[in-house]
Design a protein around this ligand. Sequence first.
Ligand code: 3PG
Length: 418
Amino acid sequence: MMTIDKFNFAGKKAIVRVDFNVPLNEEGKITDDTRIRGALPTLKKVLADGGALIIMSHMGKPKGKVNAKYSLSQIVDAVSAALGVAVKFAPDCAKASEAAAALKPGEVLLLENLRFYPEEEGKPVGIEKEDPAYEEAKKAMKASQKEFAKTLASYADCYVMDAFGTAHRKHASTAVIADYFDADHKMLGYLMEKEVQAVDNVLKDIKRPFTAIMGGSKVSTKIGIIENLMDKVDNLILCGGMAFTFAKAQGGKIGNSLVEDDKLQLALDIIAKAKAKGVNLVLGCDCIAADKFANDANTQVCDDKNIPDGWMGLDAGPKTQEEFKAAIKGAKTILWNGPAGVFEMDNFAAGSKAIAEAIAEATKEGAFSLIGGGDSVACINKFGMADQVSYISTGGGALLEAIEGKILPGIAAIRGDK
Ligand code: 3PG
C-alpha cells in the first residue's frame, strides 16, 4: 500500500479529500478551525514536495442543490491563511478541468462543495424508497456517481484521502474515486493515519485498565458502541441524559429528566451483560436536579433514583463525580464520548469538568486518552484542556462507527479492508 510519507509529489497534481465541514457563524466566519488545522500536514507535504493541490470537501447537507449558505467560497481566505498560499477557487466542482490543468507546482485550487451535486452522495433525488421506480433510479444514480468520481479523478495524478470526519460515507469523493487510481497513486493522508492509530490504540493495542466514558442524551444512539466496548473495557461509565433511562429502568423516580421509555429493557440488559462480563459499570448515584432547563434554574443535589416531581437531572452529582474519578484514576487507556451534563450551561458543567480533569491527570501519568464526538470535544475546549489529553479526534459519526468496529468505506477504498 502506498503511504503519504513514501510518495513524492514533485511535479504531480494531487486531489485531496478533506473534511472542511467547519462550523460558520451568521457572518460566514469559521468558529472552530480544528478540521482545517488537522488537514495541514498533508496539504503542506504536497506543496513542500513541489506538487500542486486540488482540495475537495463537502460542507453541511445541501442535498444535491447549490446553496450559497454552504459555499466553500466562504473559507477560501482561511485556507489561504493556514497554508500561506493564495488559494484559487473553482465555483463548480464538476467543471474544474481547465483550472486544474492550469495549476503549477505550489499552487492550490479549492473546489466548490461536492454535495451541490447529488452524485456525491449517490442517493436518487425526488423519489421515495417505496416508489416502484426507486431501484431503477438508484441504479442510474450509481452510474452517474461513477462518472462524477471519474471527473474528479481526471483532475489529478494521485488521490489522497484525508477526510476522517467523512470516512464513514461511501461517497464519490471519499471512496468511489479511489477506483480510478492504481495502488501506487492513492493513499491515506497524515490525519487519517493519526486517527486510525488513535482508534487502534483503544480497540487493539489496549493498555489496561481501560476506562470508557459514554455520555450524551440517548442510549439508543450509543448502543452499538456500548456493545462493542463491553468486551474490551474494564470500567464503563455511562453518564449524561442516558443515565436517567438506567435509573428509571431500575425502578427509580426521575421526575422530568430525559428518558427513553422504550429502552428500559435495553438498559437492564446492558447492566446484566456488564455483570456477566465482569465490567465495572458506573451509572452514578446522585445528580444536580433543576426546576427548569436553564442556567439560572433553582437546583438541588438529589438521589438519581429519587428526583422530585417537576425537577430534572441536568448534571452528575458530587458523589457520582467521585465515582467517575475513581474509575478514571490509574487507567492506562481512556475513551471519552459525550458529556455528563448540560455543560453548555456553566451551572451544569461540573460533572463533565470532573471527567476532563480526571482524564488530564491520568494522561499525565502515562495513559492514552482519546476524546471524540462533537460535544465532548466542545466540552474539553470550553474547559481549555485540549492540550492535556493524548488525542482529540476530528470525527463525529466516523469516530463512533470506527469504535463500533465498523469498516469505514473511506479507509477500505485505499487499504482494501473487508
Ligand atoms: C461530520 O460533520 O460529522 C462530517 O463532516 C460528516 O458529515 P455528514 O454527517 O453530513 O456526512
